[in-house]
Design a binder for this molecule. Structure first.
Ligand code: HEM
Length: 494
């Protein structure tokens, strides 16, 4: 019995030593690879990446590496390293890595997660449609201003802006893609918003992180993926119903929204392919499954982001009432009370513009950016990074870069004003990232932020409920958002 036990122990020991040695050999940092913190066997640095401390990541230098499970990740810190990769060497850094949880459910369709031909076609299409609605003759400006009148009616004091602002901003995407808004109390709308919220909770859970680090293992377990799949199927069904409805009312001479445009594109491709023996069918990525994913992408990327920024805006205004007063004074003198703001007013409101930019900088809502991946072996700032390494172009490190901002950790609209009080935008202001993957909703987001923020400031003064102090602490979801808070909004003019 003793010898059998010994044999079993020796075998176990051998297996452990074998696995650790194999792990060490497979995962050691090769010469020229960026340095980084020591990694544990197997799991690597999976427990080290602390989103709340991204400000401090500079201690490892401008380019450093970490291992998430079996996957190498290189973090880029500071304005220079980030823009050198994303802009100067943009061709090598423009792809998205494979993320098992998303791959299993979305299959690389749409804009945000796709690569290559699919990404190019879908991105170009989404950009041109957004341009048409944002700034062409179907401008979203009047719709945004109208949406403000609805949200203004909802405000009672004190209130938690989370849900209300989420609905408001989601409605702008609804107008863009579906061609109509929802009443805030609409049951379907409430259900959709809840599904998005649940989907986000799963995406940021520890289980999702484990799933992505050890997909083979996790696929066999009743992990988060089944629930994630169910939620996303429900969301897709929601969009499917809208698409069906659009198809029934579709009229090529009157394209009303994103879905109409997309159906038009599918139609054109089909016609061409009939003419040219279906060659086009092979080259096109436009079909209904992809339409549904592109719509979900616009919601996923365009709702929570803008809404979170507005919630930061309210909080900064109550924290710095003197700044709020100055913004209101500027709006009063340039716009007055008798008409709503317009995007053309921006140039005459340099202080307000500076405050909005500073809210975005300090709010820092996409702190670690979206992940990129090297699509070839690259040399960056003296290091060699092989093809296939996940890249995190750390936006926190740029928006708080000590070399770029006078007072990086202080809310200071002066960062965006020159000596004469004119608006200036420093190059390191890149909350929408930079290069080929630059946020494709940037113009829409900027328009929404400007129109909503100036409208709120024109009509309300924000303050904390009596006896409550504003807390600038944040929680990490898909975006870095303020902890839930209640706020009072006092109408400025009855
Ligand atoms: C991508 C920020 C609003 C659509 C991104 C990225 C960032 C970002 C940092 C990643 C870029 C990269 O990978 O390098 C923001 C912020 C917003 C905002 C701070 C609001 C304040 C919007 C809106 C829309 C939108 C309103 C759409 C209507 C997208 C899409 C992508 C993206 C589709 C993926 C682009 C691609 O992979 O090619 N955004 N975004 N975003 N954003 Fe935004």
């Amino acid at each position: 019995g003793f010898f059998v036990n010994l044999d079993a122990t020796a075998l176990l020991l051998f297996i452990v030593v074998f696995i650790l040695t194999a792990d060490y050999i497979k995962n050691r940092r090769l010469t020229g690879f960026p340095p980084g913190p020591p990694a544990l066997p197997i799991v690597g640095n999976i427990f080290t990446l602390d989103h709340k401390r991204t400000h401090e990541t500079g201690r490892y230098g401008d380019v450093y590496s970490m291992r998430m499970g079996q996957r190498w990740v290189v973090v880029l810190n500071g304005f220079e390293a980030v823009t050198q990769a994303l802009v100067t060497q943009g061709d090598s850094f423009s792809d998205r890595p494979s993320i098992p949880l998303y791959d299993d459910i979305f299959h690389g369709l749409g804009v945000i997660l796709s690569n290559g031909h699919m990404w190019k076609q879908q991105r170009r299409f989404a950009l041109s449609t957004l341009k048409y609605f944002g700034f062409g003759k179907k401008s979203l400006e009047p719709m945004i201003l109208e949406e403000f009148t609805y949200v203004a009616k909802e405000i009672s004091k004190p209130f938690n802006p989370h849900l209300i602002v989420n609905n408001t901003v989601a409605n702008i995407i609804c107008l863009l893609v579906f061609g109509h808004r929802f009443e805030y109390g609409d049951e379907q709308f409430k259900k959709m918003m809840k599904l998005f919220e649940q989907s986000i909770q799963i995406q940021v859970s520890v289980l999702a992180e484990l799933y992505n680090a050890f997909p083979q293992l996790m696929r066999c377990l009743p992990g988060p993926h089944q629930k994630f799949k169910r939620i996303n199927e429900e969301l897709k069904d929601f969009v499917r119903t809208e698409v069906k409805d659009h198809k029934q009312k579709w009229d090529p001479s009157d394209l009303r929204d994103f879905i109409d445009y997309y159906l038009n594109e599918i139609q054109m491709v089909t016609e061409k392919s009939l003419l040219f023996l279906r060659i086009y069918i092979i080259c096109t990525t436009f079909d209904e499954e992809c339409l549904i994913m592109s719509v979900l992408d616009l919601f996923g990327a365009g709702s929570e982001t803008t809404s979170t920024t507005l919630r930061w805006a309210f909080l900064f205004m109550v924290k710095y009432p003197e700044i709020q007063e100055r913004v209101q004074a500027e709006i009063d003198s340039v716009i007055g009370q008798s008409r709503p703001p317009s995007v053309d007013d921006r140039a005459d409101l340099p202080y307000t513009d500076a405050v909005i930019h500073e809210i975005q900088r300090m709010g820092n809502i996409v702190p670690l950016n979206l992940p990129h991946v090297t699509n070839r072996d690259v040399h960056l700032r003296g290091y060699t990074i092989p093809k296939g390494v996940t890249i995190i172009p750390n936006l926190t490190s740029v928006l708080f870069d000590k070399r770029e901002w006078k007072t990086p950790f202080t809310f200071n609209p002066g960062h965006f004003l020159n000596e004469e009080g004119k608006f200036v935008k420093p190059a390191a202001f890149i909350p929408f990232s930079a290069g080929k993957r630059l946020c494709l909703g940037e113009n829409l987001a900027r328009m929404e932020l400007f129109l909503f923020f100036t409208s709120f400031m024109q009509h309300f003064t924000f303050s904390m409920p009596p006896g409550v102090k504003p807390v600038l602490d944040y929680r990490f979801g898909i975006t870095l958002s303020p902890v839930h808070y209640e706020i009072c909004a006092k109408p400025r003019h009855e």
